[in-house]
Design a protein around this ligand. Sequence first.
Ligand code: HSE
Length: 429
Amino acid sequence: MRTRPLKVALLGCGVVGSEVARIMTTHADDLAARTGAPLELAGIAVRRPSKVREGIDPALITTDATALVRRGDIDVVIEVIGGIEPARALITTAFEHGASVVSANKALLATDGTTLYDAAALHGKDLYFEAAVAGAIPLIRPLRESLAGDTVNRVLGIVNGTTNFILDRMDSAGAGYSEALDEATALGYAEADPTADVEGFDAAAKAAILAGIAFHTRVRLDDVHREGISDVTSADLASAKRMGCTVKLLAICERAADGRSVTARVHPAMIPLSHPLASVREAYNAVFVEAENAGQLMFYGPGAGGPQTASAVLGDLVAVCRNTLSGAKGPGESAYTQLPVSSMGEAVTRYHISLDVADKPGVLAQVATVFAEHGVSIDTVRQKGKDGEASLVVVTHRAPDAALSATVEALRKLDTVRGVASIMRVEGE
Ligand code: HSE
């Protein structure tokens, strides 16, 4: 084993960074043996230097992250500060000064991954980011490396623990959305401002990263159709239950049937209780990957948390350090297919539509005609009437989302349709 250590700089010492520093210290011998050289934590850039950080040598702490990445003797920079800037500038500067980078920054990778990949390639360095998607779950490496010889057609998953916790509480405890959100906040699953999680931004960033890697094309955050869970009601969960389903916030990345385009979307959807994703409870994540030859693969585990996310960071650190020692290089950007990303209207899905209608002759026929006029085939219809009013639940077969939403718009215009009580996509069948 080489005795001269590889030098590691850590940008950020919060929930994840402090765990990375702790494990690098407590497991130094194992990490050295697995890497082939000792790993030396050479500096830690933080915003609040006065904060007490147990087990961390205060001499390593600096507020000057730029100077740290410019040192020139750093082999690997670990970026766990998040956000677009200064993270992007620090990462590109790190490459310019000879370091490889391990990042957990989903927002940056989803928004401008190309800048990072290009800088890494220009300087012959590695960019690894297992921790950016689904915390501890090995997913990026399996997609980038283990499945490099296969053709991935679909990635379907629960990639946000906060929303899964909320929906799980609504399902299992009958809680309303606000009550479940309050519980998630009290338990530390939801941030004080939960927007990024509950409105699907976090999941959309992860979907962009997964779709780009899975289909070897460029998918940006803006390409991902996004709907959050803040409009999901107890009534939606109750309807789902009646259908033998539950509701999950899903990230769905698909190759079109003709193979010429891809779609990436995040929205709540009903899935059958028999689907493996239905049994993903609390704040856990799970991702289903469907590949031409491998078939269906499922990855499951904790999608967040300090030690859990640090586990993914350290796995990358060891891989990058091994590459550094052997003069090898990990995978770079693979976007050769240049498949375009289609709009949500072209995604093919099913709808569960709950309508309040007048209960009189001809209403069902009128409603069915609207579906037929838009080329949407009905799978099941359930009606329950009382005192001249009825609730009508229609589940469709698969159809382009644009046709389904045009159907709903036309239904709203019918005099006999008093209201559209809920619309939800149905997936996983
Ligand atoms: N806030 C995310 C979640 C974890 O709830 O899953 C970090 O991406």
